[in-house]
Design a binder for this molecule. Structure first.
Ligand code: ADP
Ligand code: MG
Length: 708
C-alpha cells in the first residue's frame, strides 16, 4: 500500500472490527495518521531485567525468576501468592483475580518474566497483578528493545491493544507516509526543533530507542516533542491568520478622514492628544480609509487614554455616513463611555444610543429603533449590542473595549455576528457586496509581546506608550494589616483636605454574595470610625441603576470614600480620587492590582495606593506586592505576571482554554513563539496548500476553526 496515512481508515488494521472501530472514532481516531498523533503520555523502561535483590519499592521493573511456591491465601480478600526467586533474591506476585488454569500453570519450577509496580505488602516487596510471560516455552518473547509507551487511558481499549494499533500504523509508515507540512526550507537554524522531521519525531515518540533521555520526554523538552509543539503552534497561528484573511476578503466601507469633523472634535476636548494617541489615531485612520476591514488591537496602559482615540475613529466613521458601535464589558463602564461620548459628540450633532441589559421596555424599543433606522450614529453598550434583536442600519466600525474580559471565541463570535446581522439586512446581495465593519479592539492591560503574538495573531497591533501629561505616578506602599488604624487615621486627614478615596475589599473566591457581604461589613466599620465622612458602597449585587447612581455620587464629590469590591476594576474614571486602599492585596493577581491602582493617579494631584496584606503571605504574594511597589509600568508588570503565573492565567483561562493545545505549552515553549509567527506567515505566502492541512491536522473540526 502507498499513499498517505490519513487516507487509510483504522478499519483496515489487524484486529479492528466494527466495535473497536466505533470506540476509536469516538476518540477522534479515524485513520492511521490520527493514531500516530495520539501520543503516549509517558514511558516505562522494559528493556532491562532488574535483579530481584536490587528492586526498590514504587518503581516499575522487569524481573526474571523461577516460581518457588504458589498458594491461595485467605485474608481480607482471597489471593494467589507466587514466590519467585532469582540468583539475588525472592519476591511475591499477588493476584486477586485468578482462575484455576492460571493457578495450575504457575506451579513451582515454572520460569517467568514479570513486569509490574513494586509495592510493600504483607510479605515484603510484592508485585500486584504483574504482567507475565512464560520463559520455558519453545520461543520465549524477547525483552523489549525500546521504551514502552503508555497511552492516554481510554475506555475499553487496553494499553496492549493501543500499542499494537500504533505499532501497525508505524509499520505502514515505511510504505505510506504522513505529509511533511513544514518544508525543509523553513529551517530555523542548527539544533532547532525543525531539524527533526515529522516522521522521525513520531517514530521516536511512539517507540523511543533505549537510551532516549526519559527526563527530557517527561518535561516535554525532547527535540521530537518540540518539533511537534512547534508544528502545533504554527497550526494555531495559521488558524488565526486564516480568520483574518477571511475577514479581509470582505469589503469594508472606505471611511476617509474628514478634516472638518476631526478638527471640530479635537478642538472641543479639554486636552490635547499625546503624541502616542496621535500616532495610533493616524494608524487607525489609515486602516479604515481603505476597503479592507481593519482588525486592530490597541494596547495601552491603564489611563493612557484609549477611549478618546476610539472616539476619534468613530467620528471619522460617522462623518462618512456610517454608524459606530462601542461595546464595554460592564454596565458601569458602558455608562461611563456613554457620558463621555455624549459630551464629546453632541457638539458635532451626533446622536448617541445606549443599549445594555438594563435598558428595558419602551426605552429599549426606542433605542433599537434609533439603531435600526440610523438616527443614532454612535451606539454605546454592553454585549447586549450583539444580541439577535439588534439590527444596525449601517455599521461601519465596531469597537470592543477592555478585550481581556472577553475570550478569543467571544471576539470571533462578535465578528461573525457583525456579518450575520448584515447577511439578514442585505439579503440577496452577492457575498462580495456585503460590507464588513472595521474592527477596533482595546485591551485593558498590556499583554506580554510573545503572548500577544500567539493569542492575537489575527490582529494588527498599536501601542499607546505614553501617559497624558501632568500625571504624577501613583506612589504605592505595602503595609501590614496590623497598621489598619494608622491607615484609617491617614484616610481621615486626606478626606478632610478634599481628597476622595477608594477602599477595595477582596476575597479569594469569586462569590458576588460573599464579596458584597465583606464590603458591607467594611463600610459599616469604617463609618463607625469615620462618622464625619460620607461613605458609599458599591458591589456586584447592586442593581445596575444603584451602581450608576453611586458612581455619580462619587464623581460629584458627594461621597468622600467609596467602599467597593473589584467591580470597579475596569474603566472607572474619577480624576479627583487620589487614594486607594486595597484590603488583602496579596490575594489578587498582578494585572488585577494594576487595573485597580489605575483608578487613581488620573488627576494632577499626587496619588497613593496602599496595599494591605495579612499574614501568612506566600512567596508569590509578596513578590507581587513588591513589583507593585517598584513600578507603575503596565508592560513590565505584564511580563512579571507571565513569569509568576503562566500564560493560561495571564490571558484568562477562556483564551488559552480555547486554544486547546495537545502538545505545546505556551509557557514552556514561549521561546518558539517569535519563529512560529514568521513561519506561519511564510507558509501562508509560499505554501498555501499546506495551510489547511496543518489546521485540520491540529485543530481538526474544533469549534474555533469551525467558526471561520
Ligand atoms: P484608558 O486607556 O485606561 O481607557 P481613558 O481613555 O479612560 O484611559 O482615559 C483616562 C483619562 O485620561 C480620562 O479622564 C481621559 O479623559 C483623560 N485623557 C485622555 N487623553 C488625555 C490627554 N491627551 N490629556 C489629558 N487627559 C487625557
Ligand atoms: Mg478604558
Amino acid at each position: 500500500m502507498s499513499g498517505f496515512l490519513h487516507q487509510i481508515s483504522v478499519d483496515t488494521l489487524r484486529g479492528v472490527g466494527p466495535q473497536l472501530a466505533t470506540k476509536l472514532k469516538k476518540l477522534g481516531l479515524y485513520n492511521l495518521q490520527d493514531l500516530l498523533f495520539h501520543l503516549p503520555l509517558r514511558y516505562i523502561d522494559r528493556t532491562q531485567i532488574t535483579p530481584i535483590g536490587g528492586i526498590q519499592p514504587m518503581t516499575e521493573v522487569v524481573i526474571e525468576g523461577e516460581v518457588r511456591a504458589s498458594d491461595v491465601v485467605f485474608g481480607r480478600r482471597r489471593s494467589l501468592m507466587c514466590r519467585v526467586q532469582d540468583h539475588s533474591g525472592v519476591i511475591s506476585l499477588r493476584f486477586f483475580h485468578f482462575n484455576r488454569a492460571q493457578q495450575e500453570r504457575l506451579k513451582p519450577g515454572t520460569r517467568l518474566r514479570c513486569f509490574g509496580e513494586v509495592r510493600r505488602g504483607k510479605s515484603g516487596l510484592e508485585l500486584y497483578h504483574p504482567e507475565y510471560q512464560y520463559l520455558d516455552t519453545p520461543n520465549p518473547a524477547e525483552l523489549e528493545e525500546t521504551l514502552t509507551p503508555i497511552y492516554p487511558a481510554t475506555e475499553g481499549i487496553s494499553q496492549t491493544r493501543m500499542r499494537d494499533l500504533c505499532g501497525q500504523a508505524l509499520a505502514q509508515l515505511s510504505q505510506s507516509t504522513i505529509a511533511e507540512l513544514l518544508p525543509a526550507e523553513l529551517s530555523w537554524g542548527e539544533n532547532s526543533p525543525l531539524s527533526f522531521s515529522l516522521v522521525e519525531a513520531l517514530r521516536l515518540l511512539h517507540n523511543p530507542p533505549p537510551g532516549t533521555a526519559l527526563h527530557l520526554l517527561a518535561e516535554g523538552q525532547h527535540p521530537a516533542q518540540q518539533r511537534l509543539a512547534a508544528e502545533e503552534l504554527v497550526a494555531h497561528n495559521l488558524s488565526l491568520l486564516k480568520l483574518r484573511q477571511k475577514v479581509q476578503q470582505q469589503l469594508a466601507p472606505t471611511l476617509l478622514e474628514d478634516k472638518t469633523a476631526k478638527h471640530k472634535f479635537l478642538s472641543q476636548l479639554a486636552f490635547e492628544l499625546t503624541a502616542a494617541q496621535q500616532r495610533v489615531g493616524a494608524e487607525i485612520s489609515a486602516d479604515i480609509s481603505t476597503a479592507i476591514p481593519m482588525l486592530r488591537l490597541v494596547q495601552g496602559d491603564v489611563g493612557s487614554g484609549k477611549t478618546v482615540v476610539a472616539a476619534l475613529a468613530a467620528v471619522q466613521a460617522i462623518a462618512n455616513g456610517k454608524q459606530a458601535a462601542l461595546m464595554a464589558p460592564t454596565e458601569i463602564l458602558a455608562d461611563q463611555h456613554r457620558i463621555n461620548f455624549e459630551q464629546w459628540l453632541r457638539p458635532l450633532g451626533i446622536r448617541v444610543a445606549f443599549l445594555t441589559g438594563k435598558v428595558k421596555g419602551k426605552a429599549r424599543e426606542m433605542q433599537l429603533q434609533a439603531i435600526a433606522d440610523g438616527s443614532a450614529q454612535m451606539i454605546v453598550g454592553t454585549h447586549a449590542l450583539f444580541q439577535d434583536s439588534v439590527e444596525f442600519s449601517d455599521l461601519g466600525l465596531s469597537i470592543i473595549d477592555e478585550q481581556h474580559r472577553f475570550g478569543v471565541h467571544q471576539r470571533l463570535a462578535l465578528r461573525n455576528k457583525g456579518f450575520a446581522s448584515e447577511d439578514t439586512v442585505l439579503n440577496g446581495l452577492a457575498p462580495h457586496q456585503l460590507q464588513a465593519p472595521h474592527q477596533l479592539i482595546m485591551t485593558a492591560t498590556p499583554i506580554p509581546r510573545t503572548l500577544a503574538m500567539s493569542a492575537y495573531a489575527d490582529l494588527d497591533c498599536s501601542v499607546i506608550d505614553e501617559l497624558p501629561p501632568g500625571r504624577t505616578p501613583v506612589e504605592t506602599l505595602v503595609l501590614s494589616n496590623l497598621r489598619r488604624n494608622d491607615i484609617i487615621e491617614r484616610l481621615k486627614v486626606a478626606c478632610a483636605k478634599g481628597r476622595q478615596a477608594y477602599w477595595v475589599c477582596t476575597l479569594i473566591e469569586e462569590s458576588d454574595v460573599l464579596e458584597a457581604q465583606a464590603a458591607e461589613v467594611t463600610a459599616s466599620e469604617l463609618q463607625l470610625m469615620l462618622p464625619e465622612l460620607s461613605i458609599g458602597l458599591i458591589h456586584g449585587r447592586l442593581k445596575p441603576r444603584e451602581k450608576l447612581e453611586m458612581m455619580e455620587a462619587f464623581k460629584s464629590g458627594e461621597v468622600n470614600l467609596l467602599v467597593a469590591t473589584t467591580v470597579i476594576e475596569v474603566g472607572v474614571d474619577v480624576p479627583n480620587a487620589s487614594l486607594m486602599i486595597i484590603d488583602n492585596a496579596e490575594r489578587l493577581g498582578l494585572s488585577q492590582l494594576h487595573q485597580l491602582r489605575g483608578r487613581v493617579g488620573r488627576g494632577s494631584q499626587s496619588s497613593h495606593c496602599l496595599l494591605l496584606y495579612s499574614m501568612p503571605i506566600s512567596a508569590n504574594g509578596s513578590a507581587r506586592l513588591k513589583i507593585m511597589h517598584e513600578t507603575n509600568d503596565g508592560f513590565k508588570i505584564a511580563e512579571k505576571d507571565l513569569e509568576l503565573r503562566g500564560p493560561g492565567e495571564v490571558l484568562g483561562t477562556r483564551q488559552t482554554g480555547d486554544m486547546q493545545l495537545h502538545i505545546a505549552d505556551l509557557q514552556r515553549d514561549a521561546h518558539l513563539l517569535p519563529q512560529i509567527k514568521s513561519t506561519a506567515e511564510t507558509l501562508l505566502l509560499n505554501h498555501p496548500n499546506n495551510v489547511d492541512l496543518l489546521i485540520m491536522r491540529w485543530l481538526g473540526h474544533s469549534e474555533q476553526y469551525a467558526q471561520a
